[in-house]
Design a protein. Structure first.
Length: 317
């Protein structure tokens, strides 16, 4: 199993940003506050990865496919239980390290929880697509914005873990170039959530009302009533790691998150590499990558185009 690469403390003495051919290379990031302006794009054009970048490390060690545990790749059947069973079974059988494989198909899911010494890998053409029914998501008390509140768990979540990876088989960085192989994607299917939250700026002057009439025909608001008190915002993030060490995110597309896309909290030794992060620029509150109160974090060779902060380094948010 390819392990997440720990970053030496000496390598993160300062933070600097160097643009490279339409991408952004974050040489080092340490604790800080602030972010980028709304509607930020941290890249302007796709970039095909060269052999030297290596979008994902090779798979080694035991492999458990989610379809072996009942997941159905029709983008309709809810596969949360099957995927979680694959994760838990693989971890129990191979605590020293394993890979949970998402094969080439589209799988509908809600919150899944990763385990230590585990890699979740999306094959070429594989996709995890978020349920739009909030009742499908697990709920936990989460630290967010300086407060502990109950909220829906992220589509992919890890808490108190060591050596954990989410990787994909993308052969490019940025929007899929014509003729590219199938994309490995984690998609939050955020349209209904965005309409419920009113975070589509055009809604304020009625220009996108027809859009939300389709995506949210009952004109419902965020389902905070399903949450215990004290309640959070009522929208799940896409990828969330809390109090983890040795985390690798590499080689897949994370898109259309109901809320922030990649949130890394109170964690250390993090590598985000060759990632593509997308949300419509007309939708606010869809931050791209937010390292929050983390140590030894490297974000490199990634394309981020979202409707809010592209990369926002936070302290205790």
């Amino acid at each position: 199993m390819a392990r997440a690469v720990p970053l030496k403390a000496a390598a993160v003495a300062s933070a600097r940003v160097v643009p490279i051919r339409g991408c952004v290379f974050i040489a080092a990031v340490t604790l800080a506050t602030g972010g980028m302006q709304a509607g930020a794009s941290v890249a302007s054009s796709p970039r095909t990865a060269s052999a030297s970048t290596g979008l994902s490390p090779p798979i080694t060690g035991p492999v458990c496919s989610i379809t072996e545990h009942g997941a159905v790749g029709d983008n309709s059947t809810l596969c949360t239980r099957a995927i979680q069973t694959a994760i838990d079974t693989c971890s129990a059988r191979h605590p020293e390290g394993s890979t949970v494989l998402v094969p080439s198909a589209s799988f509908r899911t809600a919150s899944i929880e990763l385990r230590s010494n585990m890699r979740l890998h999306l094959a070429e053409g594989a996709g995890l697509y978020g349920s739009t029914d909030p009742r499908d998501y697990t709920v936990s008390r989460q630290w967010f914005g300086g407060h502990l509140r109950f909220n829906f768990n992220a589509l992919i979540r890890g808490a108190n873990l060591t050596n954990v990876s989410v990787t994909g088989s993308n052969t490019f960085i940025g929007r899929s170039p014509r003729g590219a192989a199938g994309t490995s994607v984690v998609d939050g299917v955020g349209w209904k959530w965005w309409c419920q939250a009113g975070c589509i700026p055009l809604m304020r002057d009625g220009l996108s009302r027809l859009w939300c009439d389709v995506m949210n025909p009952e004109n419902s608001t965020l389902p905070t009533a399903l949450l215990p008190e004290p309640r959070g915002q009522g929208r799940p993030r896409l990828v969330d790691f809390y109090n983890c060490s040795g985390v690798l995110l590499q080689g897949f597309t994370a898109q259309n998150s109901p809320h922030w896309t990649v949130h890394l909290q109170y964690s250390r030794d993090l590598l985000v590499q060759n990632m593509t992060v997308l949300s419509p620029r007309s939708v606010g509150n869809t931050d791209g990558i937010d390292p929050d109160s983390c140590v030894n974090t490297l974000i490199t060779d990634s394309f981020v185009e979202v409707g809010d902060d592209g990369i926002s380094v936070k302290s205790d948010n």
